[in-house]
Design a protein around this ligand. Sequence first.
Ligand code: ATP
Ligand code: MG
Ligand code: MG
Length: 549
Amino acid sequence: SEEKSLNFIEEIIESDLETKKYDQIITRFPPEPNGYLHIGHAKSICLNFGLGLKYNGKTNLRFDDTNPVKEDVEYVDSIKEDIKWLGFEWANEFYASDYFDKLYEFAIVLIKKGLAYVDDSTAEEIAKQKGTPTEPGTGNVYRNRTVEENLELFQNMRDGKYADGEKVLRAKIDLANPNMHMRDPLLYRIKHVPHHRTGDKWCIYPMYDFAHGQSDSIEHITHSICTLEFIPHRDLYDWLINQLGIYPSKQYEFARLNMTYTVMSKRKLLQLVEEKHVESWDDPRMPTISGMRRRGYTPASIRMFCDKIGVQKRENMISVGLLEFCVREDLNKTAIRRMAVLDPIKLTISNYPEGKEEILTSENNPEMPETGNREVAFSGNLWIEREDFREVAEKKWFRLAPGAMVRLKSAYIVKCTDFKKDEQGNITEIICEYIPESKSGSDTSGLHVKGTIHWVSQAHAAHAEVRLYDRLFKVENPSKEEGDFKSYINEHSLEILPNVYIEQEVKNVKPGEPIQFIRKGYFTLDNVHTKDGKLVFNRTVTLKDNWEK
Ligand code: ATP
Ligand code: MG
Ligand code: MG
């Protein structure tokens, strides 16, 4: 088997374990419950949970729910469902909001050490007083408040004596530090907003930088892995842990996943949902885990993708084609094969006995012979794809045309003798003769035909709707283009085929079960639109990468 080289985080962990810095590693996945998880989160999940598994450690799920405004239980539930579906188990389910008391105590410790103060300035004043990267900040009178004064004012903040924005708690670090994040960063702000878990208990909430590292420390996280934007936050992460003298968690940064033809920010995804550019968070075109699940992507294919893209220290852009490649790889092995005619036209076999039916057999999955065969009903009245017939056969046309022969998959060879048109000139029916000795498996006809096409018997077909999906955006990186990202939405990303005929038996598959409609791609039953006897299938992915480059 081929040895995969270690990524830079694995190297750090292996060295930490070798030097016995830790007996066991603990990682965490820390989503903010303000949206559904997307494929970028999958990268972080596979990384954090994957490290926990690989090194016999633990991984916590921690909801980073310190901002009461945009958070919701609906999101908490969806996040848990998605992680489980991806195949991972968390050691503990924690909430940063459970640490609000502890964090408040930490703030008091800093105030008592003279390392935090209450500031009455407005956000604009604070920003101005911070200086610029080349000029030090100026500070203000509040910076000189005494410990006693700060303790009292902070208590008053907590007791709800001030309006939103009237005061903040800041760390007292260094107004000349080249790292702007160290110039007396905000630790607490006032927000008279109830929280989805703590209700009305708090009207002050910790800032991300004060909550995150301290939560890591409380949980004894050994390797706190986040994305590159947090590099400038690392000094503050370490400073707070040092000053508080608490468990020294360490922060490491990797490049976030960017993928072509989509957007990955929750704010933008929310806009697509709210402004109805898509149906919902789990619309099959969305880069969300739930959208991909509904579309028919499998957990194994997403894990394979995350494994292939690896872990880098530099931002890059991954082609969505790689994700689709992984989906095909997995589905080729696992999907049962069935026949479905997406754009039906009648094929009538003129020499097949009137009223006769036959039960033929066809393989379930040639990649997995152990899955055996299925029975398929055949008759003289079939549906075939409109595109499998041409009035005039050009060179190298191996499908149907007047006088031409093809094999009907797992059935007989037929020869086209005639076709019918309506008044508008549309072809309405193809007439063929079949060769009785050419039955698949016992063919004694001696005929050799190059083309094989799929078909469904009219009397034995189930009716369905099929939904084909294309990229959600017309450009590779809609977030980098000029103007509103929504002006790059592909208005043809959904094509509905209302009149599809499939083998009867496909009616019994469950949403999420993968099926290959032979020659047409991989599909799965849609769990939202399939109801009241109506079958709706989503195309998960085409059989081949046929996107124009
Ligand atoms: P957004 O910018 O969409 O709001 P976020 O980073 O604020 O994303 P969180 O819920 O805080 O979303 O993310 C949880 C974890 O997932 C974080 O550790 C974050 O670093 C990671 N993550 C988010 N987006 C990506 C991405 N595109 N690639 C890799 N990891 C990501
Ligand atoms: Mg975040
Ligand atoms: Mg965010």
